[in-house]
Design a protein. Sequence first.
Length: 455
Amino acid sequence: MIKAGFAERVITPPIPVYLVGYFHERIAQSIRDDLYSKAAVFEADGQRVAVVVCDVCFLPGSLVDEAKAIIAEDVGIPAEAVIICATHTHTGPGLFTGRFTPIDEEYVASLPSAIAATVAEAADQMFDAQLRPNVGYEQELSFNRLLRLRDGSDQFGWEGDPKEVAGVAGPIDPEMAIMGVYDSDSNLRGILANFAVHTDVIGGGAADFISADWPGELARTVRAVYGEEVVTLLLQGTSGDINTCTHHATELPTGLEPKAIQIGRALAAVAINAVEKAEPAHDETLRAVLHTLPIPYYEVDDDLRERVAELKEKGPANNFERYLIEEIDKWPHNGEIAQVPVQAMRLGSIGLAALPGEIFVHWGLTIKKWSPAPHTMVVELANDTFAYIPTIEQAQRGGYGAMPILTRQLEASAGRIMSDELLRMLNELWGPEELPASELPANIAAAFEPYRPQP
């Protein structure tokens, strides 16, 4: 019998506090809704694993490591069996020193203990559980925010002459993978939901309040249906290039609070629909593995130096350009190797693939395509952050999320290295003996079908 436990703890900072997520100063003077640390703990055959979600924009690796050390000591769950990730709300506090805004150091120092306490509380409230995985789909609320121009470059959104736009530069991921966790009386106790769309809706560039944004609205909607005891963990999907800004005309909400409420309620409906139709899974395997990959940082090249020189010559620069100009001369990572944590976890029939950074959706789709798990959740901003992770191709095009130093820290091949390693790790968790027996895997068999002799 598998056991599970859920808990949540308020981690709202004292106000006023500087907000993170933009290239200019924003200060929260009020609290629209609280931020939470949420934990799910699972146990079977003496093995325990934990998944933690925090309503913050980014999580520094040092903070995660400290929280995991406390969890290991106080709860007995080792670091490789704990995933700690961020929802990526842009109406939350900064946690990094030396970034765009000052931080509340006392608040930041309190977070590892608060995260560990959430896990401890979940472990103390475990019940006989049944896992019910499923998937739902929503393809009208997320949009790839990069556009391919007719000159072959990429740009962020509809800037300049629309006639210069050739099309959208990448896909979306419309799949929401969910896992409903029920107790022995068939009461829903918690939901893990994985969906890819940026959490930068409710406040925009003028935000002056704290909010969990649309993931908070999703959780409130779920509770309105199932009761106040139900805890919803939104595991942010690979949304490095996915926004909520529609590419077509609409009279529906397009931003700020009305849009955040719309998305939260609509995605809650997707999750509820999937939960209500989910069959119980009878796989109670719990396993996890954590690897650290040595990946080179981006190294400043002549092309970037020339671009910065042009920016200096043209006159007044915007916020993005000013940051790039200021940072290129003090970029500390030339010739250095980053230590990048990637983690795979098996929760019964669901595989979790966790990456640190804002991952372009291509890599999430790639991992899902080749994963051996019946259901796969690809989770970004987990265990650390290394800015944006674009595709190799788009790293050369210079759009937002691909521009070195401004939005990208690692070499262009970082996404491929991480996704390849995660696929190897997932295949460690699902041995060959567990894969469906067939002459050829279904996708390969289908590809060969036209060449087979007809009877």
